[in-house]
Design a protein around this ligand. Structure first.
Ligand code: ZN
Ligand code: ZN
Length: 352
């Protein structure tokens, strides 16, 4: 095997170079995965712009991936060469205060593959064997690369823990579309999704959402949600945009005793206005969720493999590694694009 591979290296802020770099060396409890697809995530855009992980540059991002095991470390026996896989990207120390309590996502020494360590915008990546998940035969490599974002939604849904028959409003129609689908699967009603993109709102509707609210047509989405819930507001509101304004709107959509699921990532120093009164006399609650970890991964795989969630309407195109930078910009410009996959195995863009 040659010992170099092609990778998209983020050399500095807004500088990506596709070049040959050494293939990662694996330890005894690790595997080397030949990457098939990597989905582009908003986090990659943040790393590109230096808003996140800037101190880690130069690095190879990419974390929503699927691939085939090319090599296993000496101590690895639960997976083998040739297995089609993805991997949980979350790495925790296992012994700090939070890890000991089972809250690995809050680990003091928390890192994520492709966000804090070299990732999958490359031909190969190394991963801990214990974090690898084998893909069922009926999942494509595109669906395999979609397990990570779905696991994040599942983690948030578990934290929010919606009851059957509960009303849900989702603000945002990116991953908000998956939140809507999951609320439908949980037998919530009505499921209302608020967004600014006709195509995505229609996909949410096809996935079972009861109402769509297009903010380009409706001046006050909070009023609209109240109208649809007998003037009360919803039992659950999921913020899946990541701005102060949409957080304030989602919170205002809640009925007394309602639960806000905080999913969209805002700027680190952004603040929102909440009257403490809403918590005391309104008994409103907030659940936060930063990633999918542990059993969220097999749960995501099960839901995809069983066809409960069909993400294919959200897949837009696949591009070669050389087009990653173009695709990062295109995703900002063209609201009809949703998930773009990057692959080192193709040389021309493919529409999915
Ligand atoms: Zn992601
Ligand atoms: Zn820890």
């Amino acid at each position: 095997m040659v010992n170099t591979m092609k990778a998209a290296v983020f050399e500095a802020i807004k500088v990506i170079k596709v070049k040959d770099v050494p293939i990662p060396e694996i330890c005894d409890d690790e595997v080397l995965v030949q990457v098939k697809n990597t989905g582009i995530c908003g986090t990659d855009w943040s790393i590109y712009n230096g808003w996140y992980s800037a101190e880690k540059l130069p690095m190879i991002p990419g974390h929503e991936f699927s691939g085939v095991i090319a090599k296993v470390g000496k101590n690895v026996n639960r997976v083998k060469e040739g297995d089609r896989v993805t991997a949980d990207i979350n790495m925790s120390c296992g012994h700090c205060y939070y890890c000991m309590r089972g809250d690995q996502l809050l680990c003091n020494d928390f890192t994520q593959l492709g966000i804090h360590t070299d990732g999958t915008f490359a031909e190969y990546v190394r991963a801990k064997a214990s974090l690898v998940h084998v893909l069922p035969d009926n999942l494509s490599f595109e669906e395999g690369a979609f397990i990570e974002p779905l696991s994040c939604c599942i983690h948030a849904a578990k934290a929010m823990n919606a009851r059957l028959g509960g009303s849900v409003a989702i603000v945002g129609c990116g991953l908000g579309v998956l939140h809507a689908r999951m609320a439908v699967l949980r037998a919530c009603a009505p499921v209302i999704i608020v967004g600014d993109n006709t195509k995505r709102l229609n996909i949410a509707k096809e996935m079972g959402a009861d109402y769509t609210i297009d903010i380009r047509e409706v001046s006050d989405p909070v009023e609209e949600v109240k109208k649809l819930t007998g003037g009360r507001g919803v039992d659950y509101a999921i913020e899946a945009v990541g701005t102060t304004k949409t957080y304030e709107q989602a919170f205002a959509m809640l009925r007394k005793g309602g639960v806000l699921s905080a999913f969209g990532i805002t700027g680190e120093m952004d603040t929102m206005q909440i009257r403490p009164f809403e918590f005391v006399l309104g008994e409103k609650k907030v659940t936060g969720s930063c990633a999918g970890i542990g059993d969220d991964w097999p749960d995501a795989i099960t839901l995809l493999a069983a066809g409960r969630i069909d993400p294919k309407p959200l897949f837009s195109m696949k591009v070669p590694l050389e087009d990653l930078e173009w695709a990062l910009h295109e995703l900002r410009k063209d609201p009809n694009l949703f998930k773009i996959f990057v692959s080192s195995e193709i040389s021309k863009r493919e529409i999915l």
